[in-house]
Design a protein around this ligand. Structure first.
Ligand code: NAP
Ligand code: MG
Length: 492
C-alpha cells in the first residue's frame, strides 16, 4: 500500500512520484508499506497549512486543546498492543520494549493534556503603586519536528504534545526507517477531529524534506532529535532565521561500578542498558568503568550473562535482543568492532554478525564486549549506536569519574555504590543531563526533564515542565491602573 502525506487535514499525494519502502529489519521480506519520497513543494504546502491553522489554533482556549489531547491519549491506549507490534515489525525492538515506547507516548499525551489547565505563568508585585505585573506564556508559532527511528512513537509525542497544548502548529518529518508508526499516530489525531493544518506529516528523506522544512522562512522553531552531525547542520539553518532550535543528540553513556557496589545488581543494569533496544537508545550504556578491585569478578558475570542473550525477531517472546535497524547500522557496528580489535582492545564476546537460521533474514549482530579499552580508542569515544560495550578499569573513584567524563557527549550516566557520600558526589561530578544511582542509564519518566550537556545538545530539555518552557515564549504584561504616567526605576 502507498501511504500519503497528511497536509491541511487531508491525506494528500506527494508532488513527486518517487517512493521508498519500510521493511522489517528482522525479516526484510516483510514490508510495512510504501511512502512518498516528498520534496520541497510538499514541505511548502505543509508549512502554509500550519501557518493558516496557527491563527485559529493559538486562539483555542488551552483547556480545550488539552481535552483534544486527552481523547488522543485514550485512543492510543486502546490500540497500544497493535501499535507495539507494528513498531517491533518496523524497527526491530523486542515487543516488551515496543510496549514501553508506546506507553511513554500515552503517558506524555495524558501529561500534556492536563497541562492545558495549567500552562502556569506568574504574577508578582510591581514596584509602583496601582500597577499590576505578570508573565504569561504564548505559543511560538509553527514548529518543525524532525525525529529519529529509535523511539518512533515516544519521541514524536515528546515534541508534538507539548507543542500543540501550548497553541503551536506542527509540521512533522519522521525518520525514513519508521514512517508507518508515524502514519498511525497521525491518523489518531485525524480521527479525533484535530482542526486541519494543526499537525501535518511529510514523509521523505533528510535532505529532500528535512532541510527545506528547517530552512523554511515561516517555521519559527525547530525541534530535532538525532545525531550530533545532523544537529549541527540544523542549528545553522535555525541561526540564519534566529529561530529557537531544540537539539537532542548523541550519547556515549557510562556506567561506573565502584568496589562497594552490588555486583549482581550492576550486571542486571549493564546488560539491560547496553543491549536493550540492541544498544540503539540515545541513553544506551556503551562504556563501563569498573574500579580495580571488582573488575575481573564483574566482567566474568557480565560475559556469562551476555552470552546467554537470545537474538531473534522481537515478536517472539523468547527474544532478548532484536536486529539493528538497517544494513548500514549493522555494517557500522562491524566496522567499529574491527577497529576495536585493531586498536588492541580485548574482545570478550560477540564480535560478529549473526547469520544463523532466521537471523539471515535480517540485520543481527551479536552483543559484544571489549575489555582493556583505553580512552584514545574509537570504540571508547565514538557513538556506535549498536550492541557494543567498551570496558575500562579505574584505579579509584576519581579515576572512574575522569574516565566517565572523558567524552564529548553528556546525556546519561550511572553509578553503582553503597557509599552515600560517593553517590552524592557523583551526582555533581558526572557531566551528564541525567544520572542514575544504582540503576542503568536508560528508563526516563515523562514528567521529568530529559536531555544532555556537552555535545548532546544546546541546553534545552524535553519532557516535564521543561517541555512547556521549550514550546512557549514568555510575554510580560504591565497594567497601570493609576490613571497617570508612572515611571519605573524612580525616574521623576
Ligand atoms: P539522524 O541521521 O540524525 O536522523 C534523525 C532525523 O533527521 C531523521 O528524521 C532524518 O531523516 C533527519 N535528517 C537527516 N539528515 C537531515 C538533514 N540534513 N536535515 C534535516 N533532517 C535530517 O539520526 P539517526 O541515526 O536516525 O538516529 C540516531 C541518533 O539519534 C543517535 O545519534 C542518537 O543518539 C540520537 N538520539 C538522541 C536522542 C536524545 O534524546 N538525545 C534520542 C534518540 C536518538 P532520514 O531518516 O530520512 O534520514
Ligand atoms: Mg524499517
Amino acid at each position: 500500500m502507498l501511504y500519503k502525506n497528511y497536509i491541511d487535514g487531508q491525506w494528500s499525494a506527494s508532488e513527486t512520484s518517487k517512493i521508498f519502502k519500510s521493511l522489517n529489519p528482522a525479516d526484510t521480506s516483510d514490508e510495512l508499506g510504501e511512502f512518498p519520497a516528498s520534496n520541497t513543494q510538499d514541505v511548502n504546502k505543509a508549512v502554509e497549512a500550519a501557518d493558516r491553522a496557527f491563527k485559529i489554533w493559538s486562539k483555542v482556549p488551552a483547556p480545550k486543546r488539552g481535552e483534544l489531547l486527552f481523547t488522543v491519549a485514550e485512543k492510543i491506549r486502546d490500540r497500544k498492543e497493535e501499535f507495539s507490534q507494528l513498531m517491533t515489525r518496523e524497527m526491530g525492538k523486542v515487543l516488551k520494549e515496543a510496549r514501553g515506547d508506546v506507553q511513554e507516548g500515552i503517558d506524555m499525551t495524558y501529561y500534556m493534556a492536563a497541562e492545558g489547565r495549567r500552562l502556569f505563568g506568574y504574577t508578582t508585585p510591581a514596584e509602583l503603586p496601582l500597577k499590576a505585573a505578570m508573565a504569561i506564556r504564548r505559543p511560538i508559532g509553527k514548529i518543525a519536528a524532525v525525529t529519529p527511528w529509535n523511539f518512533p512513537f515516544a519521541i514524536p509525542t515528546w515534541k508534538i504534545m507539548p507543542a500543540l497544548v501550548a497553541g503551536n502548529t506542527v509540521v512533522w518529518k519522521p525518520a525514513s526507517d519508521t514512517p508507518r508508526v508515524a502514519y498511525e499516530l497521525t491518523k489518531i489525531f485525524d480521527e479525533c477531529g484535530l482542526p486541519k493544518g494543526v499537525l501535518n506529516l511529510v514523509f521523505g528523506g533528510g535532505s529532500d524534506v528535512g532541510v527545506p522544512l528547517c530552512k523554511h522562512p515561516k517555521i519559527n522553531m525547530i525541534s530535532f532529535t538525532g545525531s550530533s552531525d545532523t544537529g549541527k547542520e540544523i542549528y545553522k539553518y535555525g541561526a540564519e532565521k534566529l529561530n529557537k532550535v531544540h537539539l537532542e543528540l548523541g550519547g556515549k553513556n557510562p556506567i561506573v561500578v565502584l568496589e562497594d557496589g552490588d555486583l549482581d545488581l550492576a550486571v542486571d543494569g549493564v546488560v539491560w542498558s547496553a543491549f536493550g533496544t540492541t544498544g540503539q537508545r540515545c541513553t544506551a550504556c556503551s562504556r563501563l568503568v569498573i574500579e580495580d578491585g571488582v573488575h575481573d569478578a564483574l566482567l566474568e558475570k557480565l560475559v556469562e550473562r551476555t552470552e546467554k542473550l537470545r537474538l531473534g525477531n522481537g515478536l517472539d517472546p523468547q527474544t532478548d535482543v532484536g536486529p539493528l535497524v538497517n544494513r548500514a547500522a549493522q555494517e557500522k557496528v562491524g566496522r567499529y568492532v574491527e577497529m576495536g580489535v585493531k586498536e588492541g582492545a580485548k574482545l570478550l564476546c560477540g564480535g560478529e554478525m549473526d547469520r544463523t537460521g532466521d537471523s539471515k533474514k535480517g540485520f543481527f549482530y551479536k552483543p559484544t564486549i571489549f575489555a582493556e579499552v583505553t580512552p584514545t580508542m574509537h570504540i571508547f569515544q565514538d557513538e556506535i549506536f549498536g550492541p557494543v560495550l567498551s570496558v575500562v578499569k579505574a584505579k579509584d573513584y576519581y579515576d572512574a569519574i575522569a574516565l566517565a567524563n572523558n567524552t564529548v557527549y553528556g546525556l546519561s550516566s550511572a553509578i553503582y555504590t553503597r557509599d552515600i557520600n560517593k553517590a552524592q558526589r557523583a551526582i555533581e561530578d558526572l557531566e551528564t543531563g541525567i544520572t542514575y544511582i544504582n540503576s542503568g542509564t536508560i528508563g526516563a519518566e515523562v514528567h521529568l526533564p530529559f536531555g544532555g550537556v556537552k555535545n548532546t545538545g544546546n541546553g534545552g530539555r524535553e519532557a516535564g515542565l521543561a517541555a512547556i518552557d521549550e514550546y512557549t515564549e514568555w510575554k510580560t504584561v504591565y497594567i497601570d491602573y493609576s490613571g497617570k504616567l508612572q515611571k519605573a526605576q524612580g525616574i521623576d
